[in-house]
Write a protein that binds this ligand. Structure first.
Ligand SMILES: [Zn+2]
Length: 509
């Protein structure tokens, strides 16, 4: 059993969870469940980024203290993750005392191992409160931040701690060239290699202008204690998580799942920080794309809205998970549309998997009193099933979640065809019992394989399917083994209520 520690980006606590947040958590959850299915010892970390000026501002707007405000937001995110079946093992909040202590320890480790990596420098520039960053000329249009044209840029001068990121340029180039899997997909790796070729500038590590954060462990020369700046506050969460009481997270992480807009933080700044601190690097960073609605990206600042609760309400959490992962490639951008959602729901779930399960289980009940025949005849449907199972595993290991779902539904289509070809009702009528046993046995084995493959995508529906197939207790831990050798003969099955009810009945003929 190998350990598998995966993380998602921590979400910034200045608003409600939206579709972009949900997509990332659902994809990561699918990967976590796949590794559990294979028998790995999984630790799945999700959390909140709760410090910074924008959080303090949002709290002030709500007339709450920053801590009370982030408590409220964190509870909303957790409620949504519960609803979506995000099977996290740990929910980290950067306001936790363990995290703060961990951040300071990481910084001290760098001071001890590489004393020249932090230095003091006076800095003057135009500061955007929206970005919490000083802006360069190229990011300013008509005297305003291009991302926040309604806000006024402030001219700010202060002395800060700086981190000598420029020192790590060769280390990072080597890393990305020698370990191509460190950052995937490939297009994202090329972007970072291009960035590295342009040269790295040192980055500030502390700020004097706000206090809602972790105190930087060493004062500047004036004696002033500053606040740790964003990357040194947020990025270490993946490592500090391992130091919380009750956490079984190992270090390094096997996988960081992040959005494609934050690869620079995770593949430049974060590995440099870890290397400076003498800590091992994560094995793999995966940068997923964005979901668009009518061509526009979901985010708080863009103001593109789709009510997440409403989207989940439409066909339930499992169907929503399936739709996003089947529709949006895990390595690129995709679109959300209500029309596509309904089309996929009807074709893949109601008419596809739902129809297959209900017909197969109904025939087992009708012709065999709900007892799966003990028949080991290897049918063409088994051959397809074995092939699909193997290709599913390959796709999942490559993090091709959409490809894995697509492959699974090849078997759904094949099995519905198999019912038509073998026509079990005709076999029953003609009294051809052995052939009927073979067909019903093949369908039950097929459902077992499908249920295992569906588990990472639709965990609740998969549980219902196992139950109605009559699988033994504890099937969750043995599901992949069962799918690989589906000895389902003798299981006592039952017909479920409609798994995926059709949204509306077609008009009567
Ligand atoms: Zn800005």
């Amino acid at each position: 059993m190998s350990s598998y520690f995966l993380t998602t980006a921590i979400d910034y606590a200045n608003g409600e969870p939206h579709l972009g947040h949900a997509f990332e958590k659902i994809g990561a959850d699918c990967i976590a469940r796949w590794h559990r299915l294979k028998g790995d010892d999984v630790w799945f970390l999700v959390g909140m980024d709760e410090h910074g000026q924008k959080v303090a501002q949002a709290a002030a707007t709500e007339q709450l203290s920053p801590q009370a405000y982030t408590d409220l937001i964190a509870a909303r995110f957790e409620a949504m993750w519960n609803r979506l079946g995000i099977s996290r093992d740990q929910f980290i909040r950067t306001t936790a005392s363990e995290h703060k202590a961990g951040v300071q320890e990481l910084i001290e480790r760098i001071f001890e191992r590489n004393p020249d990596d932090f230095y003091e420098r006076a800095y003057e520039g135009l500061y955007c409160v929206g970005c919490e960053a000083f802006k360069q000329d190229g990011e300013i249009v008509d005297g305003k931040c291009v991302l926040h044209p309604t806000r006024t840029l402030e001219r700010v001068q202060e002395r800060n701690w700086f981190f000598r990121l420029s020192r790590y340029q060769d280390f990072l180039s080597d890393l990305l060239q020698r370990q191509p899997q460190f950052l995937q997909p490939e297009s994202r790796r090329n972007e970072i290699l291009g960035l590295l070729r342009q040269g790295l500038e040192d980055i500030s590590a502390s700020r004097s202008r706000f206090s809602w954060g972790v105190p930087f462990p060493r004062p500047i020369s004036t004696g002033e204690v500053q606040t740790t700046y964003v990357w040194f506050d947020a990025l270490p969460n993946y490592w500090t998580a391992t130091r919380f009481a009750g956490s079984r997270a190992p270090w390094p992480a096997q996988l960081h799942v992040i959005g494609k807009d934050i690869t620079r933080f995770h593949c430049v700044i974060w590995p440099a920080m870890l290397h400076a601190a003498g800590l091992p690097l994560p094995e793999r960073v995966w940068a997923h794309g964005f979901i668009y609605l009518g061509g526009e990206r979901f985010s708080k600042s863009a103001g593109v809205k789709l009510d997440l609760q409403e989207a989940v309400d439409r066909f339930g959490a499992d169907a929503f998970r399936y739709f996003l992962l089947r529709e949006v490639p895990w390595d690129a951008d995709g679109n959300f549309s209500w029309e596509r959602f309904e089309e996929r729901y009807v074709s893949d779930l109601a008419d596809g998997l739902g129809n297959l399960a209900s017909r197969s289980l109904a025939m087992l009940e009708k012709y065999r009193a709900g007892v799966v025949p003990i028949d080991e005849t290897r049918t063409p449907l088994d051959e397809t099933g074995e092939d699909v199972l193997a290709r599913f595993a390959t796709a999942m290991d490559a993090l091709d979640l959409r490809g894995a779902a697509e492959t699974t539904w090849e078997l759904v289509g094949r099995a519905n065809g198999y019912i038509v070809e073998t026509a079990p009702w005709a076999l029953a009528k003609a009294g051809r019992e052995a052939e009927l046993d073979a067909a019903l046995g093949a369908l039950a084995r097929c459902l077992a394989r499908l249920t295992a493959m569906v588990m990472p995508f639709m965990p609740t529906k998969a549980e219902t399917l196992w139950l109605h197939l009559g699988a033994p207790d504890g099937v969750q831990r043995r599901a992949w083994e069962i799918a690989t050798r589906p000895a389902v003969g003798g299981w006592r099955s039952s017909k479920p209520e409609s798994l995926f009810p059709r949204p509306q009945l077609p008009p009567a003929p």
